[in-house]
Design a protein around this ligand. Structure first.
Ligand code: ADP
Ligand code: MG
Length: 703
């Protein structure tokens, strides 16, 4: 047995958290920093110097030799540049360990190679990182030793966002301002802040590292590009929530310990639907912290998998025919007094506020469904959305029976139920029947589901940063709140006005509500009738970012400028093209160097067999049949391979941008699928010994 684990003791032991700050910082400095964290007050340099010094001393005690500004460029992963704490050598030949306030708050990585979508001309390649003091610094321990990681935002010299975090922080500010306006209308005069809370459930696959290394597609593309289904898949559902195998259990234990140390509240873990698929969810946190923590989760899964002789696959679709991976983004709005705006209240008064919040969200999602869809776009998600395992590429909202009923009453009932009684508004909804959380009321097929006291956005890709979806959620809801407050703040009769507004929003946006089976073909048709956008692919979703309507909204709330949005569009098209180019070239490489030679060798051996059987005077017709079949598929492989080479070469001659990305999507991707078909068919025919790499069965059933 291993030693008993004291979780409470190790939790957060490597985080420069509130307890550490309170212990180590002078009272005045601690107060100033708290003001900055809680109210966004600017931090002066003298205070920053003191904090930096204490942070360094603390980190060195933890064994840290370096610090890094940890940031989230538009590559989808995090980036860091390490600086050691050493100062210039003294005359004595010794060095001091130093870390200044300036170094803490601002960094200047040489950032010319990060995607900027033209925002940063190369002659002005400077980007700088700025400390996000609302997400605590931590010490990360790995093969590099111990490093003090400082969560930062990354901007161009002229202040344009070059990362995921800057717009996230801006959107949190926007929702804070508008949500405060809204709750003030309902008489709350005390809350100082409203923050989006986010909990991200992370799905992933584990495969054996040795087998992984035998597959170039996994190495280069993070997913298999060839592979026939094994005789058994996930049809028995025997993996889902099944008992953890020892190797996996050991892995999860270490992942949890690593995460707890850096303050990530890893909470639930279980086997997912597909064999070799698992899930991890932390307890929700403030949106920016949750985003940072999700990056830590992904990195930790990968690192610990390596230590256990495994590889963690975060791709949305590592195996065709087997469930892919996503990330459920649970989202709610909470005041600094602990009141969740998505919690249906107990009194009619609270109910009305809740219903206004809810209908504002319906309006936000209905008006910007295209943006929400785009926020989950990712090359890997093209294989998942609408493919019978994940929500369709159509955005809709699931409310559950009870709320749907309330909404219908609201829309249907005439004046009678809305009569004023004794000066108080009887809305007909004021008698909301115990709108309690109801965990059984679940609909796994909805992309955006109300689950008791939060919304769960289920479309997000497993590999993606959750920053993008939360930027969209915060901003579209901020807009709906702002519009509502504009009306209500100037209303003569508030109660009447709020009632009318709830009814108006519910009626106008009801088409977005759908409680049925989102995976069904009927829903696709029904959604079309309702006029809801169905955007099947990443390349078709990207333009949503720069429609006039969406630009106007982002600019109104200072989340993105048009220039920033245009740069993001450019980056997304480029990154899609690059990803598809890698996949196509990997397929060409595998087919040319591994599959075709293996098939040729196999046919030669088979031909020898046919001759030998004939010479022996026996009937070789079965062997000959197989030989013919294999040769036909081989010819098909060669033909589709040439076609893939041709379209890939063509794509490479095109200028980067939308046209090129569309060409990849509409021409290269189908050519990839065409090449895959004969190879997968051959896998079912030829001898296992002749197959040049581990099969699906080897990969997902023998971890
Ligand atoms: P599920 O049944 O979907 O797994 P859970 O209750 O386990 O639901 O929650 C999943 C995630 O949602 C967790 O990360 C959890 O902390 C988070 N979560 C729970 N309540 C909220 C909330 N009010 N706001 C945001 N996230 C929340
Ligand atoms: Mg969930």
């Amino acid at each position: 047995m291993s030693e008993a684990l004291n979780v409470a003791e190790i939790f957060g032991e490597d985080v420069f958290n509130d307890t550490v700050m309170q212990e180590r910082l002078p009272k005045k400095v601690y107060k100033d920093l708290k003001k900055t964290i809680e109210e966004g007050k600017e931090l002066d340099l003298a205070t920053a110097d003191v904090i930096a010094h204490e942070m360094k001393e603390w980190a060195i005690e933890k064994g840290a030799t370096h610090y890094t500004h940890w940031f989230q460029p538009l590559t989808g992963v995090t980036a860091e540049k390490h600086d050691s704490f050493i100062s210039a050598p003294l005359p004595s030949g010794k060095v001091l360990m130093s870390f200044s306030g300036k170094e803490l708050i601002k960094g200047e990585p040489d950032a010319s190679s990060f995607p900027s979508g033209g925002l940063r001309a190369t002659f002005e390649a400077r980007g700088y990182t700025a400390w996000d003091c609302t997400s605590p610094a931590f010490v990360r321990k790995d093969a590099a030793g111990a490093t003090l990681c400082i969560p930062t935002a990354f901007c161009s010299y002229t202040g344009e966002a070059l990362d995921q975090k800057t717009p996230l922080l801006r959107s949190m500010e926007a929702i804070n301002v508008q949500a405060l306006r809204l709750i003030r209308l309902f008489g709350n005069t005390t809350a100082k802040k409203v923050t989006p809370s986010v909990g991200a459930e992370q799905e992933y696959f584990l495969v054996d590292a040795k087998k992984f290394r035998e597959r170039k597609d996994l190495i280069y593309a993070g997913r298999t590009l060839f592979g026939a289904m094994p005789p058994k898949g996930q049809e028995l559902d025997d993996h889902y929530f099944g008992t953890l195998r020892q190797r996996i259990a050991g892995f999860m234990k270490d992942v949890n310990i690593e995460l707890w140390k850096v303050g990530v509240s890893s909470k639930t873990q279980h086997n997912e639907v597909a064999p070799a698929q698992h899930e991890l969810a932390p307890i929700y946190a403030e949106a920016n912290v949750a985003v940072d923590h999700n990056h830590l989760v992904m990195q930790t899964l990968k690192r610990v998998a390596g230590q256990h002789g495994m590889k963690c696959l975060l791709h949305e679709k590592p195996f065709a025919g087997v469930n892919g991976s996503g990330k459920h983004n649970n989202w709610s709005l909470v005041t600094d007094e602990g009141k969740n705006l998505m919690d249906p209240g107990k009194t009619p008064h609270e109910n009305i506020q809740f219903l206004l919040v809810l209908t504002c969200i319906l309006k936000a999602v209905n008006e910007h469904a295209d943006l929400l869809r785009e926020s989950a776009a990712d090359p890997g998600n093209d294989h998942r959305l609408g493919a019978d395992e994940a929500p369709p590429a159509i955005i809709s909202v699931f409310l559950g029976e009870q709320l749907e009923d309330v909404m219908e009453q609201l829309i249907m009932t005439g004046e009678a139920t809305h009569s004023l009684k004794g000066g108080k508004l009887e809305t007909g909804v004021s008698t909301l029947p115990n709108l309690a959380k109801d965990a059984t009321d679940r609909n796994r097929t909805s992309p955006f589901a109300f689950t008791g006291n939060k919304f769960e956005f289920r479309m997000v890709g497993s590999r993606d940063s959750i920053a993008g979806p939360n930027v969209v959620l915060n901003t579209i809801v901020a807009e709906a709140f702002a519009d509502a407050c504009d009306v209500l703040e100037s209303a003569d009769d508030f109660e009447m006005a709020v009632h009318d507004l709830i009814k108006k929003y519910a009626t106008e946006n009801y088409r977005i509500v759908f409680n049925g089976n989102g995976y069904s073909e009927e829903w696709v048709k029904e959604a079309e009738r309702r006029g809801l956008p169905n955007i099947p692919s990443m390349v078709e979703s990207i333009p949503a970012l720069t429609t006039d309507k969406n630009v106007a909204m982002f600019e109104r709330f200072n989340v993105f400028t048009r220039t920033e949005l245009e740069s993001r569009v450019e980056i997304k098209f480029e990154s899609y093209s690059k990803a598809m180019n890698i996949e196509a070239r990997t397929m060409i490489d595998m087919a040319s160097k591994q599959f075709v030679p293996a098939f040729i060798k196999y046919t030669r051996e088979l031909a020898d067999t046919v001759n030998a059987v004939k010479e022996a005077g026996a009937d070789a017709s079965v062997q000959l049949d197989i030989l013919n079949e294999v040769t036909e598929y081989l010819a098909e492989t060669k033909r589709t391979l040439e076609k893939l080479k041709e379209v890939t070469a063509q794509a490479c001659t095109m200028e980067e941008g939308e046209a090129q990305a569309r060409y990849y999507h509409f021409h290269v991707v189908p050519a990839m699928e065409a090449l895959r078909a004969p190879v997968d068919a051959l896998e079912m025919i030829v001898d296992k010994e002749a197959w040049p790499m581990p099969s699906y069965g080897d990969l997902i059933f023998e971890v």
